[in-house]
Design a protein around this ligand. Structure first.
Ligand code: PSV
Ligand code: MN
Length: 430
């Protein structure tokens, strides 16, 4: 594969910072050694960590009010994959892309897979889209899709999901993520129970069509686009439906999809306990489903979520294999920079969670020592693991400082010339 960013530029930048990185790494190594932690073991774990990039995150996002297009936006899935390959080249922890259909629909999926192969990329969970009407679509989703009152609309939405699985199989994916915008805007508009029964009937039809080695991820979201009620509004409805459907149905946690102040790490723990955690859409939020960059506002919350994940991993919890994906909207930043930074922030939370002295924590929990228990978590969170992350990237052939190398490469300016602006400045949340 020909690297998209000049490999010489990456090497030169890495050489330039090598002495400082080595000094920082050695210092952190001696700090961790005093705690009985071998730094190289952590670096190896960081090297194995991966989080998938959402294909739709490579474009500039927007709000209900406006979207401000930026230079060199990818115009199709082939160009989106190219941007994802740049991300992977520099950060080396994003080897897979999660596609969204029909946004990423192509005539020849084999060719798409081959294109991804050539770029060194694979595919993660495929996402269906029945929250929008597509050009030429016979029936509208204005009043819902999988839970619509009209069986013909439900059948159309089910058929789309089956189609997504067929495409996904050609791409080598093994999971389908289903998020629906179905709900209601006014009290009384929908009968809650009947609506959920219709949703279950539709999802059952999808579940029954799952290939043997596939899983179905149910994604909940509290509100939006429906502002009074949403059919799968929280993890409670999600897990009830996943239990109804069967073992291959699990719950996907998008960090922005909860009521303010909800204890997300505890939801994660519950889902792990009952083998119902599908995985994550990482992002951050202050007010609602803001889709801000991962770890940009609540890094401690993200760390606490990883604390639960690492706890399960280290206890060898049966069937524990969550899928990690980003799901963000980049309204004012270069999407490549945001996705690279977010991938590192998620990896950072993972590595910090590995630092938790778990035996000490369990002992403090058992002796009801709240102060020392919480300080044990803080000791891990307050450790700067930057040298580990940078070292892991460099060892994998990536950049010690991905954003700096990306900016120096002029990639955005180059694609700006090759990809004329779509000029689409209307509104649009992705
Ligand atoms: C909905 O807000 C969501 O989080 C779902 O994952 C969608 O597939 C994605 O955003 C893109 O609209
Ligand atoms: Mn999501």
């Amino acid at each position: 594969m020909t690297p998209l960013i000049d490999a010489g530029l990456v090497n030169e930048a890495n050489q330039h910072s090598a002495a400082h990185l080595q000094a920082d790494y050695d210092h952190l190594g001696s700090v961790l050694a005093r705690r009985g932690i071998e730094i190289d073991v952590l670096t190896e774990q960081a090297r194995r960590f991966a989080v998938a990039v959402p294909s739709w995150g490579t474009g500039t996002g927007g709000t209900r009010f406006a979207r401000f297009p930026s230079q060199g936006e990818p115009r199709n899935v082939f160009e989106k994959l190219q941007d994802c390959a740049v991300i992977q080249q520099l950060v080396r922890c994003t080897p897979r892309v999660s596609p969204h259909f029909p946004w990423d629909r192509v005539d020849d999926f084999k060719a798409l897979r081959q294109h991804a192969d050539e770029l060194g990329l694979g595919f993660d969970a495929v996402n269906s889209n029945t929250f929008q009407d597509q050009p030429g679509q016979p029936l509208s989703y204005k009043y819902g899709s999988l839970s619509h009152t009209d069986p013909a609309v439900r059948a159309q939405a089910v058929a789309h999901n089956l189609q997504c699985m067929e495409w996904g199989q050609v791409l080598g994916a093994s999971a389908l993520t289903v998020w629906v915008g179905d709900g209601s805007n006014f009290p009384g508009q929908s009968h809650f129970q009947r609506q959920l029964e219709r949703y279950l009937e539709s999802t059952r039809a999808i579940y029954e069509a799952l290939p043997d080695d596939w899983a179905m991820f149910l994604e909940h979201k509290m509100f939006e686009p429906a502002f009074y009620s949403t059919v799968i509004q929280d993890w409670g409805s999600s897990v009830l439906c996943a239990m109804e459907l069967g073992d291959k149905a699990r719950c996907l946690v998008d960090l922005g999809h909860h009521a303010p102040n909800v204890n997300i790490e505890m939801i994660v723990s519950r889902l792990i306990q009952f083998h119902k955690l599908a995985g994550f859409h990482f992002n951050d939020s202050k007010y609602g489903d803001d889709d801000l960059d991962s770890g940009s506002l609540h890094p401690y919350q993200q760390f606490l979520i990883f604390n639960e994940l690492v706890d399960a991993e280290q206890r060898g919890q049966a069937g524990f294999d969550p899928a990690y994906m980003l799901d963000q909207s980049h309204n004012v930043t270069d999407p490549i920079e945001s996705l690279m930074t977010s991938a590192q922030e998620v990896q950072r939370s993972y590595v910090k969670a590995l630092l938790v002295d778990r035996e000490a924590l369990y002992a403090y929990q058992d002796s009801n020592d709240a102060m020392m228990a919480t300080n044990t978590l803080k000791a891990a969170f307050n450790t700067d693991v930057d040298p580990i992350l940078a070292r892991a990237r460099v060892l994998e052939g990536g950049a010690a400082d991905p954003v700096a190398v990306y900016r120096a490469s002029g990639y955005r300016q180059q694609v700006g010339k090759l990809r004329p602006s779509s000029g689409q400045s209307g509104s649009g949340i992705v």
